[in-house]
Design a protein around this ligand. Structure first.
Ligand code: NAD
Length: 311
């Protein structure tokens, strides 16, 4: 039995917990623990595993006198005071690989929903309306999908789009020519080239000062008339007000959104965007699959063991 004590303060997959225990770690599960209770109980623990509920603030880090690792079984680290933890010599781990497939599949789902009017048809039929004649959609086959950000998710979307017979045009930081050619994607000369030539544009870049409002009025003006926009990356990568305007003028035919500048949306214009008849909006469900959650737990368990030097 190892002397390493692990506290899990949010629900994580049982497989991950069993895996850590099988390696001899002492794991305590307190998935509903309050902030105050956590502060009072954290002292003997070496590892704290959280998802998004637990707020790992300075007072928790100060109380965790034996903490070596804070691990987020997921992607975002917004609920952890990362800088403060690092200043105390604590290693921060997360699992950005876990939701890749889930987000790629949601992206395809949003594209298909828009292409075939699936939400509209479903809603109308439930209201007793047979709107078959109004629901003439379009096929993905032969269309150009512009992928902005050719990382883990961008590449998985590419594979799926290629299976639909789409042409994929990719734009990303760095040299992606080799990976793009392996997946049958073409590399756009620059962002303008991608915007000008894509029928559907899907965003897969992180939110950074460089990508904040990367798609704004100027970029919409370059796009084809009737373009479809998909955002499963981060809300603020698109200037939402500019998107609303482009939807209202018809420049953008439709948008599929999983992410928003504020979550949930706050401002009137944000709700106007979400409620727009040609917007398919879902509440940041990109990573919300059983498999992604399970993967997040297992990936984090493996990273913890590796960091601790346990085989
Ligand atoms: P990744 O790091 O593997 O890929 C991001 C790509 O964007 C990289 O290839 C990078 O070079 C490129 N990039 C970065 N800045 C750029 C810029 N200024 N211009 C052009 N390209 C740029 O990340 P990933 O796992 O593919 O995830 C992409 C994003 O998706 C994440 O950063 C996150 O914001 C979002 N995400 C959303 C969900 C969800 O639930 N909807 C889940 C996971 C990730």
């Amino acid at each position: 039995m190892s002397s390493i004590k692990v506290l899990i303060s949010d629900p994580i997959s049982k497989k991950a917990i069993d895996f850590l225990r099988s390696k001899g770690l002492q794991v305590d599960e307190k998935p509903d623990i309050s902030h105050e209770e956590l502060r009072q109980t954290i002292e003997p623990y070496h590892v704290l595993i959280v998802r998004s509920r637990t707020k790992v603030t300075k007072d928790i880090i100060d109380a965790g006198k034996n903490l070596k690792i804070i691990a987020r079984a997921g992607v975002g680290l917004d609920n952890i005071d990362v800088e403060y933890a690092k200043s105390k010599g604590i290693t921060i781990l997360n699992a950005p690989e876990a939701p890749t497939i889930a987000v790629a599949e949601l992206t395809m789902g949003l594209i298909l929903t828009i292409a075939r009017g699936i939400c509209l048809g479903n809603q109308a039929l439930k209201e007793g309306k047979w709107i078959k004649k109004q629901l003439v959609g379009f096929e993905l086959y032969g269309k150009t999908l512009g992928i902005v950000g050719f990382g883990r998710i961008g590449k998985e979307v590419t594979k799926r789009a290629k299976a639909f017979g789409m042409r994929v045009l990719a734009y990303s930081k760095g040299d992606i020519s080799q990976e793009a050619s392996e997946l049958g994607a073409e590399v756009a000369k620059d962002l303008t080239d991608l915007l000008r030539n894509s029928d559907i544009i899907s965003l897969h870049v992180p939110l950074t000062p460089e990508t904040y409002h990367m798609i704004s009025e100027k970029e919409f003006n370059i796009m084809k008339d009737g373009v479809v926009i998909i955002n499963t990356a981060r809300g603020a990568v698109i200037d939402g007000k500019a998107l609303l305007k482009a939807l209202n003028t018809g420049k953008v035919y439709a948008a599929g959104l999983d992410v928003y500048e504020h979550e949930p949306p706050q401002e009137d214009w944000e709700w106007e965007l979400v409620r727009h008849p040609r917007v398919i909006a879902v509440p940041h469900i990109g990573a919300q699959t059983k498999e992604a959650q399970e993967k997040a737990g297992l990936i984090i368990a493996e990273k913890i063991l590796k960091t601790l030097g346990i085989e």
